[in-house]
Ligand binder design. Structure first.
Ligand code: FRU
Length: 483
């Protein structure tokens, strides 16, 4: 394929993007033959969603990626309109991909679409679709589910059996997760409904993930058209998680009320990989459906990034996300600041757009903390903490090139909030700033916000402000450089 020209003005430095074209969900996030593999929903022909391919990249440390040739193209009768999302696993020295074949000819109504689960097997670079495809289709789908919304298989092995969790929509119009099993990857039987909600948790679910960490079963999925719940689910679609337990014989998952995984505007369709040293690492599409994407509108030839890889842990019933330790190897130019904040202030040598910033704040009653970044003439993004109501607010209203919501249910997409309790009056925040994306991790990663923003390259200013009292501020900063 011919290499396409792109405009690199807003390209991120340490957030993964395709070499050109559109990306959405991470796919087949796996460890195979000594390398981490990241596939992704990819349209190489445009910076907008289109016929889905599986783009492909590999890494030794989950931070620095090398692009490989496209792994899957929509070229079969059962996937001719897209190779949709799925997962990957190693089996007998081969790399097994399981994905959704999507058929929906443009002239036909969406209700005539067909989605089925398919296999492709490869050596880590080239993949061959299985002659038995589709391996899970209409015959295995319960009759009260719709074949037009049946996608995103998550595959794993336990003992001698394979298991596959697939997202579906019941005929009554609500999201469901279904569990299937197989002894040979080719013949699959339906076990049962893993989880369903009738009406209070969206009309379709996508991208299910299941893993065990810290002796806890975790189910993660992406839910569409979720009704807003106080501060949660501000976007039309959100990634949610539930901690509980999966009964592999009945397929049932019993867990606590689903919670939002990331409170920012740009986080969707996450996937995890288990590392050889036993960590669970998550990556997500750092974007959202029903949004304008400046680099597409400006014809820059690319759209979409992934979050940085995050370690997932469960402690005392809470899920924590933290930038992968491997990222720290790319830190340069360590700076340390300590001040009693009272009013506005800046620090020497503290500016830039590709930074790892760790803040430790001791916040007295009623104080308001403000952190401004990507600051320039008429541009700035703000992170604000108000002690009175424990609210952490991200405001990108003046962030740069405007981003618009095209969603009628969530038309406002600039200001996002989450409640973050202080711990002994302390708020700790780590913020990873990249050229057009930043991630905020509060209280060791119990609260996370992922956001895209498109400031000028001259908007490198960083400053702080404290209203109502004095805040003890400790700040450590590094440049993040991935050569
Ligand atoms: C989630 C999703 C998946 C689907 C893919 C299509 O963002 O809608 O359900 O497989 O994107 O690109």
């Amino acid at each position: 394929m011919q290499k396409k020209q792109i405009n690199i003005q807003f390209r991120n430095h340490f957030h993964f993007s395709a070499p050109w074209g559109w990306i959405n969900d991470p796919n087949g996030f796996s460890y195979f033959n000594g390398l981490y593999h990241l596939f992704y929903q990819y349209n190489p022909e445009s910076s907008q969603w289109g016929p889905m391919h599986w783009g492909h990249a590999v890494s030794t440390d989950l931070i620095k990626w090398e692009h490989l040739p496209i792994a899957l193209k929509p070229d079969q009768e059962y996937d001719m309109d897209g190779c949709f999302s799925g997962t990957a696993i190693e089996h007998e020295g081969q790399h097994v991909l399981m994905y959704t074949g999507h058929v929906h000819p443009a002239e036909k109504d969406r209700s005539e679409a067909v989605q089925v689960q398919c296999l492709a097997i490869g050596d880590g670079v080239q993949y061959r679709k299985n002659h038995a495809n589709p391996v899970i289709g209409k015959n295995q789908l319960p009759s009260d589910c719709l074949i037009q919304d049946f996608r995103d298989p998550k595959i794993w092995k336990k003992g001698a059996s394979w298991y596959c969790l697939v997202a579906a929509r019941g005929i009554s119009g609500f999201g469901r997760l279904l569990l299937f099993t197989s002894l040979d990857l080719l013949n699959w039987q339906y076990i049962g409904v893993t989880l369903e909600h009738f009406g209070n948790l969206g009309d379709m679910w996508e991208c299910p993930d299941y893993f065990r960490v810290n002796n806890q079963d975790v189910l993660i999925w992406s839910a569409m058209s979720l009704p807003r719940q106080k501060m949660q689910f501000k976007n039309r679609d959100s990634v949610v998680y539930s901690l509980g337990s999966l009964d592999i014989d009945t397929g049932r998952f019993t867990g606590n009320a689903p919670r939002e995984l990331d409170s920012g505007p740009d986080f969707y369709a996450s996937q995890t990989v288990a590392t050889p040293d036993g960590r669970i690492v998550l990556i997500a599409w750092m974007q959202m459906w029903e949004r304008s994407i400046p680099v597409d509108e400006l014809n820059h030839g690319w759209a979409g990034s992934m979050t940085v890889a995050r370690t997932i842990e469960v402690r005392d019933g809470t899920l924590f996300q933290w930038p992968l330790a491997e990222l720290e190897a790319y830190r340069k130019n360590h700076r340390v600041y300590h001040a009693l904040l009272h009013g506005a202030r800046t620090f020497e040598r503290l500016s830039g757009q590709c930074l790892d910033i760790c803040l430790k704040l001791t916040i007295p009653a009623d104080a308001i903390f403000e952190f401004f970044f990507y600051q320039g003439n008429e541009e700035q993004t703000v992170l604000r903490y108000t002690e009175k109501d424990n609210l952490l607010t991200m405001d990108r209203t003046l962030g740069g090139v405007p981003i618009r919501s095209t969603s009628s249910v969530s038309p406002e997409c600039q200001i996002y909030q989450t409640e973050v309790p202080l711990k002994d009056s302390v708020l700790d925040i780590r913020i990873l700033l990249d050229r057009s994306a930043f991630e905020v991790f509060a209280q060791q990663g119990a609260y996370v916000l992922s956001t895209t923003v498109y400031p000028k390259d001259t908007s490198t200013g960083i400053s702080f402000n404290c209203l109502n009292g004095k805040i003890d501020l400790k700040c450590e900063v590094w440049d993040l450089l991935i050569e």
